[in-house]
Write a protein that binds this ligand. Structure first.
Ligand code: 16C
Ligand code: ATP
Ligand code: CA
Length: 547
């Protein structure tokens, strides 16, 4: 039995009785925190006595409780029929649906059906359990769902209808669904139209691009409602009240993977139902005094900018476009001149190479949360100014193959540990990775380390800093105009001081920024990390799986 089951002893029991679980007599008990059932001593069979098994489910992980005969839309016709037959044999039965953990951080909705000795007892179990569930105020009741029908392998709608909607229905979560009709439909609807008062959360069904739409819509709406000007690079943004759920149906699903540990629609649906909450940092990106975009995962100039710029022309290839463009960018082996200046984070926020990974209940992110709250409570602006000026700006000038700012690990199926394995989801910092000009073989070694256990920062040409803000200036801020304009590359991605004089055209010495999978129009940018600006229906990656 788990530690939580031990809790039954210290908490007053709300209900306990003998029940039948698949012909096996059990002693079941419910208190505020846990529902436990224990087999009543089994009769000795052929002289072998079996140890009675017991099971404990935290109330916070109970999805729902229903009469066993209730219709269940998650079941096939065959299973429905079997259920009906069972209900005829055992009329006073109820089914408890609860979270179970399987391999690779996947969650599933399991069920156990208990038969009672009377209809009154059955009603009592259902009522008392539902009362306990209603006390869990963090659970959403009504959601606004946006589905991108064209994301990833174009299976968003099917994924939602087949895997997610039935589980929401079982849990009594209602959803207003909007299938998007164009890019930025979800963003615009959230920013100006949606009546958000009636919802407990917003869910996107799609990839990182779709998440980015929800992020931009929700953050813009919150700032507009609070009269905060997003164009001011130094402004303190208002945190968003509604949580965001991600049902993964995209090409990379990096944000889902790095906050849940897997890109599995049912797992995400269960995290939403039980009302998990994971705060997350958001980077604002400005060009001078003009707001460009927000980023939560990767801001990448050079290699990842070039990969993205090229991959946009190959959208028809689906998720494979990134691999093809990745190989192309690798072969081009471009490097770019520029100046990076950054404001380092305080020492107590760890270091990108300290091997302390951000996990469920991460102490670094929690510490940050409580100090942020304390600061808000005292409204002590002097202390705030002191904290933010505790370190000074550093400047690095050079030739870079890649400049990556990872606001979180960026773990994804392509790279399970991510671009910066020790980056934190909610610490108010990003890890700034500078990959200087090096040989193609060295860069290959560096890339390869994203897929194995070796340290990708352990190279002389790579440096990594934990930062709160950074600026980038390309060496030549004005794009160089060639005499013959037709010689200019169509996208800024493939260009410049290529050491591989293959198909790459020498030109402007500029790459472009990949901002969570969107190309930015400016190379010179100013970036600030806004600590815990949003919250997701997630809990971070769980350390040990209880299988
Ligand atoms: C030798 C194998 C090395 C493999 C190295 C893989 C490193 C992969 C790191 C992935 C980091 C993803 C960060 C997430 C960014 C998202 O906000 C964004 C939106 O979805 N996704 C992309 O921009 C999509 C970016 C996708 C980037 C894919 C890069 C693939 C590189 C392949 C290089 C192959 C060299 C082979 C030489 C023969
Ligand atoms: N109905 C629509 N028609 C066309 N584009 C759309 C529609 N709805 C959303 N989009 C856009 O499609 C883009 C890609 O969506 P999404 O992220 O879901 O899938 P993806 O293929 O995995 O892309 P990514 O690589 O960004 O994860 C998003 O930038 C979004 O703005
Ligand atoms: Ca962070």
């Amino acid at each position: 039995m788990t530690g939580q089951a031990e809790d039954t002893k210290s908490q007053p029991t709300l209900l306990s009785s003998k029940l039948l679980l698949q012909h096996q007599a059990v002693e079941a008990a419910l208190n505020r925190h846990v529902f436990v059932w224990k087999e009543i001593e089994k009769s000795q069979k052929r002289g072998i006595s079996k140890t009675p098994r017991s099971h404990a489910v935290p109330v916070s992980e109970i999805v729902a409780i229903h009469h066993a005969e209730d219709e269940d839309h998650t079941k096939s016709k065959w299973d429905q029929k079997k259920k009906q037959q069972f209900s005829q044999l055992f009329p006073n039965s109820f089914t408890v649906f609860y979270v179970t953990r399987t391999k690779h951080h996947r969650w599933r909705c399991s069920e156990a059906t208990f038969s009672c000795s009377s209809p009154e007892l059955c009603e009592q179990w259902i009522q008392v359990t539902r009362e306990q569930l209603s006390l869990l105020t963090n659970r959403p009741k009504r959601l606004l769902v946006y589905i991108n029908p064209f994301g990833g392998k174009k299976r968003g709608r099917r994924i939602y209808e087949d895997k997610v909607a039935p589980v929401f229905q079982r849990a009594g979560v209602s959803a207003d669904v909007i299938v998007t009709e164009r890019a930025n439909h979800a963003r615009d609807h959230l920013t100006t139209e949606a009546n958000l008062d009636q919802y407990d959360g917003v869910v996107c069904v799609g990839g990182d691009g779709m998440f980015s739409e929800i992020l931009h819509g929700l953050v813009a709406r919150t700032q507009n409602d609070n009269k905060v000007d997003q164009n001011r690079p130094d402004v303190e943004l208002k945190p968003c009240m509604l949580r965001i759920g991600i049902i993964p149906a995209g090409s990379t699903d990096c944000i889902c993977f790095a906050t849940v540990g897997t890109n599995d629609p049912v797992t995400s649906a269960l995290h939403i139902i039980i009302g998990d909450s994971q705060p997350m940092d958001v980077c604002s990106v400005h060009h001078n005094d003009v707001f460009l975009r927000y980023s939560v995962s990767l801001l990448g100039y050079g290699f990842y900018g070039d990969v993205l710029a090229d991959s946009e022309k190959k959208r028809w290839l689906g998720p494979a476009r990134y691999d093809l463009s990745g190989v192309k960018a690798f072969l081009c082996h471009n490097h770019y001149k520029g100046t990076v200046s950054f404001l380092p984070a305080e020492d107590n926020l760890g270091h990108p190479r300290d091997k302390l990974q951000c996990r469920f209940g991460c102490s670094i992110c929690q510490h940050k949360q409580s100090s942020k709250e304390k600061l808000r409570e005292t409204a002590d602006e002097e202390t705030a100014a002191e904290v933010s000026s505790s370190s000074s700006w550093k400047v690095i000038c050079g030739k870079f193959i890649a400049i990556n700012a990872a606001n979180m690990s960026c773990a994804c199926p392509r790279s399970p540990k991510g671009l910066s394995p020790s980056a934190h989801l909610a610490d108010g910092t990003a890890d700034l990775i500078l990959v200087r000009k090096c040989s193609r073989l060295d860069f290959f070694r560096h890339l390869l380390r994203h897929t194995n256990t070796d340290d990708q920062f352990d190279h002389s040409f790579v440096e990594v800093h934990r930062v709160k803000k950074f600026h980038f200036e390309p060496l030549d801020p004005q794009p160089l105009l060639l005499e013959n304009q037709s010689e200019l590359p169509k996208k800024p991605g493939f260009c410049p001081m290529s050491s591989a004089q293959t198909t790459c055209i020498p030109s402007t010495a500029h790459s472009s920024w990949n901002c969570d999978g969107e190309i930015l129009n400016h190379a010179a940018i100013q970036v600030s990390v806004h600590c815990q600006l949003i919250r997701l229906f997630a809990r971070g990656i769980e350390e040990q799986q209880r299988v």
